[in-house]
Ligand binder design. Structure first.
Ligand SMILES: N[C@@H](CCC[C@H](N)C(=O)O)C(=O)O
Length: 270
């Protein structure tokens, strides 16, 4: 079977986008992993299906798979690409779009090449914990901003060896059975927070993680290191902006703003 795809990226986090509004495409996890493979496939951090909405409250459904083929609840950079892709496919309107994800319903707007997603409220917070790993012990915050994230603030984020350190966090027994993504952050002198993320399901550093910078921004305000809105510099070089309302440990009206770009289109045999 031949399928059409669009390759997109959001701040360097890249995705294979497939329009599936007639619901005919169903992909096994091996097929997703093959399509995301950077040597044997198209190459991407994840794959997103544009499926139909429920016809009432939502105009579309975003189905997200990591590059290993595992389906997870949400992807922030992917949601911006999804919004752009859905609008390019004639969905939504001047006020943006509403869509379903496995994490819950979302709304999104577009302006001047920037896409703003209203995310689900932060939940499952664990504050000021200590993690012991073979690569050292450090304080962390854990939360779910659509998917699970650990956040650790470090003095020099460029100096960390992120693959072994991130992997030891991702597979740590404290986060079993689902595991977690791991974010390392440094507050710069200009107030912008520099972030590097090890992503579960990619099992490596990616150039940006939308739900990850969201967790970092919230953790930074909980620790008194920043105030919303928070600007974050990701490994790909873009700045993402996170805004929210916080009342103690309750965080609502979370928005993620940043770019989403088309790279190329093609047809692939599955
Ligand atoms: N890159 C994403 C997060 C994708 C899911 C993640 N790898 C997980 O397994 O939770 C983002 O931009 O949020």
């Amino acid at each position: 079977m031949e399928i059409n795809f669009t390759k997109m990226h959001g701040a360097g986090n890249d995705f294979v986008m497939i329009e599936n509004l007639d619901g005919k495409i169903e992909l096994a996890s091996e097929q997703v992993a093959q399509l995301c493979d950077r040597r044997f496939g198209i190459g991407a951090d994840g794959l997103i299906l544009l499926n139909p909405g429920d016809g009432e409250k939502t105009e579309a459904t975003m189905v997200y798979y990591n590059s290993d083929g595992g389906r997870v609840d949400m992807c922030g950079n992917g949601a911006r690409c999804f919004t752009s892709f859905a609008l390019q496919n004639g969905l939504g309107g001047e006020n943006g779009i509403s869509f379903k994800t496995d994490a819950g319903p979302m709304t999104a707007t577009a302006k001047d090449g920037q896409f703003t997603i209203k995310l689900t409220p932060m939940h499952d917070l664990r504050r000021d914990k200590t993690l012991v790993t073979p690569h050292g012990s450090f304080e962390y915050q854990f939360m779910n901003t659509g998917v699970e994230h650990v956040v650790a603030f470090v003095d020099d984020v460029d100096a960390i060896d992120i693959k072994p350190l991130g992997s030891s966090v991702r597979y740590h027994q404290d986060f079993e059975p689902k595991g977690t993504n791991a974010n390392f952050a440094q507050v710069q002198d200009d107030g912008i927070i520099k972030v590097r993320t090890y992503e579960r399901g990619v099992e490596d550093e990616t150039l940006a993680c939308g739900t990850g910078v969201t967790a970092v921004a919230i953790a930074a305000t909980l620790k008194g290191l920043a105030e919303a809105p928070v600007s974050l510099l990701v490994a790909g070089g873009d700045i993402l902006t996170i805004d929210f309302d916080r009342d103690g440990e309750t965080v609502n009206n979370v928005t993620l703003t940043g770019p989403a770009k088309n790279v190329f289109t093609g047809t692939v045999e599955i």
